[in-house]
Write a protein of this length. Structure first.
Lengths: 416, 416
């Protein structure tokens, strides 16, 4: 049976052009990028080129791109890295430019009491790669505000404004939500944070808060220029944009002081140790380049398909609830709840008919808990438990969607 | 010019059989291993198979294999993970079997004072991926003993025995040193640690210390059976055994309680979050299988080549110092110091003649500091500064070594 894959928010296949770009780096240009000899230099050059490519695409400088093993690690580095730098524990292996400023009396090394001086703002519907680190910091004494999200899945910048305090070290808001695809007003939040910092110019904390966004889902469809967005830290990974899994980057604006969490050989400007994964970095840069160059045409192609699907489905099955704003969402994202059904059951039934989609975040689908994202919208557990995420991709056609529409309504009718 | 690559301890090219094994997983079996549908199940199955393959090779159970992004991350997870679990901060995303036991009053959540209750033993010549985390913990109040190493580059188990205390939570000793290739008596150390734990059976800390070994360099040449070695934690990565870079595992013996350091979706038994990198795991398992099946024949082939090279070189240039035990070292490792020269200069001159080798650890070669490994042997800074590491691999021939011998003595003569 021909399969229809509609879980592109979970992961995407690797683009053949990306596979091709990686090919020379397995056994030919395979050297350790830290080696002083030709094989090392060639690897280092390729890594540098990947960094330049990515930097250009987001309006950054190459040394602001820190390669990591993926989105989760980048998010962790942003959250833990900011918190730890604020705590003033100087990283063992970071280089001069990135070292924590140790203003005595202000950033003391210490435990719970010192942590309690600091504050983090995030939202209730962030990815677990941001939420769990925040919860961990909370246990260690940090203050964390988990902002409510509007019923439409959009964070209100006014809420962030009201929550800012002089001791706020980090604001982390995702660019587009991974389950419902709603697009957050990042540029607007960026502006108000900048204003807040300026108004605090006389405080020793005037460089805070840093602004982080997880842009993994957005990278295929939206403009990621860090200056337009006004972000200091930004997460992007390969696995959602037809690049390889196992690679991502954290953009770290110059002057943003974060501490590494993986220590060793001091690679990646001292912020992420470990032999550089040149092959994956090259593939990732290629995938990102393609994704950004095709993002407008893909958006133009997918938006009407998305709206067509939602409209048809609503017509066929009026009880369906669309989760998240109908328009301010990624062009490839459809997230619905079907009251009276279980999301997992639907996924399994659709799978039997050749259709792959999910209940929400693949990353937590092992746990079978109701979606924390749908709950954050103020929905009931029933709605959260019956959510279904359909995320289109480059190969998705209208015919495939019609097949899904027919089968989905058929299954729901059988179920009722 | 044909190149002679002799820095296999830094990294190896990917074996064509490994590249082949990974091929179906880029664009065909590409699903997210956490997905509930066919594409996800196929990926999960492949990942599970990779875990089984690796587990069998080291005498472990599949759920004891935690995939990571490489050797550095695995080492960090072993050191920080043990320390944090001991500190009693329960990990946010770990599953029941792996959760920290919270004996009130014994593992309190806390800062510097609590950390001071704990003790770690390691050696002065470990990889920076172990040393830097230990130094970081020291800054936070942990007690760390950095053991002296014998002049022959072998750790004396008696030294470890003498350093053990009831509050020792971790002993970390590498299996084979990455610069000088000396092989450590891991099984012997494993036995004495087990004895020590038994003798402490009445203490609440009787499950400590955990025993960790970094086996990245050993994986291509030595027996890695975790039961024979008596280790609780073991690091292996792909990039040193003709597998892909960007993947490794940490073996975690059942009952060994460590805390994750990358939090999110709860993958890898709750010990390492992030979308599973199935392609790399499959390639890594294949590379490890090949490396272990060929390790005896490769050892038999390389040992005489190593001894031939050292003997010839000593004959040609008597002032050369061999670093590390002449026989208790990896069959592919030659590490010499050439008094009166600079290691980096030699690397560059050899490179110009088509030969790739290094001064020591590629991971710190950016820093141009004298090798901490050679210094740990009790050698002078001059000897440490003039070290040259030549590490052979599967393609290394006697002809190539003769070419290196001629050129090396030629360069040294020119230099003198």
């Amino acid at each position: 049976m021909k399969r229809i894959y509609l879980d592109h928010a979970a992961t995407t296949p690797v683009d053949p052009r990306v596979e091709e770009a990686m090919r020379p780096f397995w056994a030919d240009v395979f050297g350790n990028a830290s080696g002083l000899y030709e094989e090392g230099r060639r690897a280092k050059e390729a890594l540098g080129q990947a960094r330049v490519t990515i930097a250009k695409l987001i309006g950054a400088k190459p040394d602001e791109i820190i390669f990591t093993s993926g989105g989760t690690e980048s998010d962790n580095l942003a959250v833990f890295g900011s918190a730890r730098a604020a705590m003033g524990t100087p990283p063992s292996s970071s280089k001069p430019g990135f070292e924590t400023s140790k203003k005595p009396g202000f950033f003391p090394l210490g435990g719970v009491e010192e942590a309690a001086r600091f504050h983090i703002i995030t939202t209730k519907f962030e990815h677990h790669a941001v939420l769990h680190p925040c919860e961990e910091l909370e246990k260690r004494g940090f203050n964390v505000t988990y902002l409510e999200v509007g019923g439409d899945g959009i964070v209100d910048p006014e809420n962030i404004k009201r929550s800012l305090r002089p001791e706020t070290v980090l604001v982390s808001v995702m660019y587009a939500n991974n389950e419902i695809g709603t697009i957050q007003p990042i540029a607007e939040i960026g502006k108000l944070i900048k204003k807040y910092r300026i108004s605090n110019f006389s405080l020793p904390t005037s460089h805070f808060p840093y602004f982080h966004t997880d842009a993994c889902q957005a990278a295929g469809y939206l403009d990621l220029n860090v200056n337009k967005l006004g972000v200091d830290l930004m997460t992007v990974n390969g696995s959602k944009i037809y690049g390889p899994k196992g690679v991502g980057f954290l953009y770290v604006r110059r002057g943003t002081k974060i501490s590494p969490q993986i220590l060793g050989g001091g690679q990646e400007m001292g912020l992420r140790a470990g032999t550089e994964t040149v092959t994956l970095a090259v593939g990732f840069a290629k995938a990102f380049e393609i994704a950004q160059s095709e993002r407008e045409s893909e958006s133009n192609r997918l938006t009407p398909l998305r709206d067509y699907f939602i409209e048809q489905l609503m017509k066929k099955i009026p009880k369906i609830v669309l989760n998240g704003h109908p328009i301010k969402r990624l062009p490839n994202n459809i997230n619905i709840s079907i009251p009276g059904t279980g999301g997992e059951e639907m996924v399994i039934r659709l799978d039997a008919r050749g259709i792959a989609c999910s209940t929400g975040s693949a990353c937590s689908s092992e746990f079978s808990e109701p979606s924390h994202v749908i709950l954050a919208l103020g929905q009931s557990r029933e709605i959260a438990n019956s959510s279904l995420r359909i995320t289109m991709g480059r190969n998705t056609t209208k015919e495939a969607l019609d097949y899904v529409l027919d089968n989905l309504s058929d299954i729901i009718k059988q179920h009722d």
